[in-house]
Design a protein around this ligand. Structure first.
Ligand SMILES: NC(=O)c1ccc[n+]([C@@H]2O[C@H](COP(=O)([O-])OP(=O)(O)OC[C@H]3O[C@@H](n4cnc5c(N)ncnc54)[C@H](OP(=O)(O)O)[C@@H]3O)[C@@H](O)[C@H]2O)c1
Length: 237
């Protein structure tokens, strides 16, 4: 199912990277609250497809690999006449061996993590932010590990660097768009059990996602860039 037609009434959210994990749980939570959700996936038969089959009036699916600029441009064109209350760029990856230092990670994997978490995410922000109204919310999934101030133990070099670079790029975006009334959000969701977070993470999506969605919705009507955790508390940059 790939459709940009019939938006229908009510509040709406575009979630980039909603196939599984936190993005899928976010789609389910917004739908549960009566929002219309357009979620993007890269493949077929994902958990989002199953959710959309259960809620065909609430959930639409589009295809996007955000590391492919032609796909980002094409989706922006397909959605040109659509407006969303919230645009949220969730998609992200970690390197396969998170303990690898900068000296150990391969050039290819470094480029893949940076190309996804920074370049792909920011191209999605640039493309889809204008689909929110003047008082809309544009959010990106950062991480507490993007905080330079909180980096006391030096683990996860590559992933940390990618999220810190994402934060910096969003700060630049915010500076360039300071005259606009949109709320911009870098969200640090906490350590949550997903494929990326792993089985040892202390929180499940069922507990964390309502809090994450509360924080996103609370940004409506705010202005400028914030870096917040899922309790709405500022994270030190
Ligand atoms: N879980 C945690 O503890 C945690 C903590 C802090 C931050 N985060 C951040 O939260 C976000 C979601 O993480 P998660 O834990 O839900 O991970 P996950 O279960 O591995 O899901 C990752 C999601 O990103 C999508 N994705 C990856 N590369 C993409 C690309 N090039 N284009 C489009 N979509 C792409 C995946 O799609 P496919 O299904 O097609 O692969 C999937 O939907 C990430 O940005 C992550 O860095 C997670």
């Amino acid at each position: 199912m790939s459709s940009s037609a019939s938006p229908g009434p009510g509040r709406s959210v575009l979630i980039v990277g909603a196939s599984r994990g936190l993005g899928h749980a976010m789609a389910a939570e917004f739908a549960r609250r009566g929002w219309r959700v357009l979620g993007t996936v890269r493949g077929a038969g994902t958990p989002l497809h199953a959710l959309a089959a259960q809620h065909p009036d609430a959930i639409e699916i589009e295809t996007l690999d955000m590391t492919a600029p032609d796909q980002t441009r094409a989706l922006r064109e397909r959605l040109a006449d659509r407006r969303f209350d919230i645009v949220f760029v969730n998609a992200g990856i970690a390197n396969r061996a998170p303990g690898d230092t900068m000296a150990e990670v391969s050039d290819e994997e470094f480029a893949q993590v940076m190309g996804t978490n920074v370049l792909g995410a920011m191209r999605a922000v640039e493309a889809f932010a204008p689909l929110t109204g003047p008082d809309g919310v544009v959010g990106v999934m950062s991480s507490g590990q993007g905080s330079i101030a909180n980096n006391a133990n030096g683990t996860n070099d590559v992933y940390r660097a990618s999220k810190a670079a994402l934060n910096q790029a969003m700060a630049s975006y915010a500076g360039r768009h300071a005259a606009e009334a949109r709320a911009l959000l870098l969200l640090a969701p906490g350590w949550i059990r997903t494929e990326l977070g792993g089985a040892n993470a202390p929180f499940g999506v069922e507990e964390a996602m309502p809090q994450i969605v509360d924080v996103l919705i609370a940004q409506q009507g705010a202005r400028g860039l914030r870096y917040l955790d899922r309790h709405g508390q500022p994270v030190p940059w």
